[in-house]
Ligand binder design. Sequence first.
Ligand SMILES: C[S@@+](CC[C@H](N)C(=O)[O-])C[C@H]1O[C@@H](n2cnc3c(N)ncnc32)[C@H](O)[C@@H]1O
Length: 188
Amino acid sequence: MGYIRAMMFNRKAASGRSMPRMVLDSLPLKKGNTVADIGAGGGYFTLKIAERIGKSGMVYAVDTDERSLSFIVKSAENSGLGNVKAVHTDGGVPDLPPRSLDLVLMRNVCHHIGEPEDYFRKLKGALKQKGIVGIIDYMGSGSFSFHSLFHHSIDEKELVMWMRKAGYRKVISFDFLPEQSFTLFGPE
Ligand SMILES: C[S@@+](CC[C@H](N)C(=O)[O-])C[C@H]1O[C@@H](n2cnc3c(N)ncnc32)[C@H](O)[C@@H]1O
């Protein structure tokens, strides 16, 4: 069941509506970077990022679901990628080396975070001084989609407000995704 769930996340992440190529091209990824994919799901983006940052980089695939993490580790092995490490979390800020991350990606997971202001304030400890947090989530306000009705979405204005209170500034917002907001934040 765990693997079916992981494969479903991956099918969705790879679909045309998710525009994965444009998402990846919009992330400030360089060879040798250290990245955390928080709420990695089936690891579609984890593996794509691992390819882009190369052998000298590292991607931490973070999730609350152990089966998702073992699926990601196996997929990375099968793809010959040795730069993916699984990190389990109970839902709180993952235990990652301080000041190590060039980039954090959180795609369709932010709406699961209970206390976002506190969460992102703590997460800042794992970010490098010029690190970036990329947040993609279903748009909340003004839409009557499945995602907003079932609270699987966030209001972008609220997100910017939480992030500001947690000590981040908005770097850029992209508006090419049809159903999701996509914003990059950096520490103040
Ligand atoms: C909708 S899936 C998105 C998967 C992936 N980011 C993608 O875009 O394909 C959300 C994932 O976040 C995980 N998750 C939920 N709450 C979490 C938390 N607080 N910390 C880390 N992962 C979490 C779930 O187990 C699930 O795998």
